[in-house]
Design a binder for this molecule. Sequence first.
Ligand SMILES: NC(=O)c1ccc[n+]([C@@H]2O[C@H](COP(=O)([O-])OP(=O)(O)OC[C@H]3O[C@@H](n4cnc5c(N)ncnc54)[C@H](OP(=O)(O)O)[C@@H]3O)[C@@H](O)[C@H]2O)c1
Length: 301
Amino acid sequence: MSKVCAIFGGSRGIGQATAQLLAQKGYRLAVVARNLDIAQTTAKNLGAGHLAFSCDVSKQEDVENTFSQMEKSLGHINYLVNAAGINRDGLLLRTKVDEMVSQLHTNLLGTMLTCKLAVKSMIQQQGGAIVNVGSIVGLKGNSGQSVYSASKAGLVGFSRSLAKEVARKNIRVNVIAPGFVHTDMTTHLKEDQLRKTIPLGRFGEPQEIAKAVVFLLESPYMTGHVLVVDGVTVSTMTVCLSSLLCLGQHLMFPAVALWELLSKSVMKWMCSSPQYKTQRKEKTTSFVVAETFQCPMKSCV
Ligand SMILES: NC(=O)c1ccc[n+]([C@@H]2O[C@H](COP(=O)([O-])OP(=O)(O)OC[C@H]3O[C@@H](n4cnc5c(N)ncnc54)[C@H](OP(=O)(O)O)[C@@H]3O)[C@@H](O)[C@H]2O)c1
């Protein structure tokens, strides 16, 4: 299988870093974005053999034309990275419908469109791999980002389902869910405050996310997976939860053992008392109750 990879949103940020890493590894790249000049600069900086294409992923016709152009000039697409994305932060009550539509169309519909065409090409090649760039906000939610979060959460359901649909065709589909990353998308954020919420104490770099994207593209037994790369903002919750469960289990066993020990001692003491021996002969109510509930008293009679 040849190594041709289309990166939508490959001109800047996470997509650009992924393109650089893949170029170093010998892939041929199609760098796709709306702004052709920037895409061309990125493609040129990757070295010879890489091409740039202009495309708005939210437009079906654009995506179809771009795929036919890419296939004409580069051949079949074996690898696809969907990094094209926008965010328009704002409380739901203040978000205009066209802002909702543009986020959903770019972040979610765009990925569906590119995946549909890429899968066609990959089936002919009898294999391929797709990585869709989600976000931790799609997993945990965030005030002021309900629409963005919905678009990224939608990517998870879409990718997991598609992974099941195309697994038999040897095509893998995974999601990467980054936390805060230094790109144009995050330049307006107050980093000093946000940094405190990240256990690693810093934003990620696009190159660090790129490594995880390439890992998913090249891991032959990984599909339908969501890989969180966020300096632990989400993973902390998961770890805390599993630690609590573990702790609960460890505390439960000694507690049960202690309870059994205590109740057996009490029962032994009761059984050895003269009153009990008399009661046993008379088959008093308490003995019948003990028999019925199979309490530890039985083991000492
Ligand atoms: N940065 C973060 O902290 C962060 C965290 C979690 C997830 N993400 C996700 O990671 C992905 C990449 O983000 P980034 O931070 O690298 O953003 P970025 O630096 O703003 O780059 C976005 C890329 O997407 C392209 N793009 C945007 N809209 C497009 C459209 N309609 N059609 C085609 N290309 C389009 C842009 O090029 P043009 O503008 O020229 O089209 C650019 O190449 C996004 O999906 C984002 O949601 C980012």
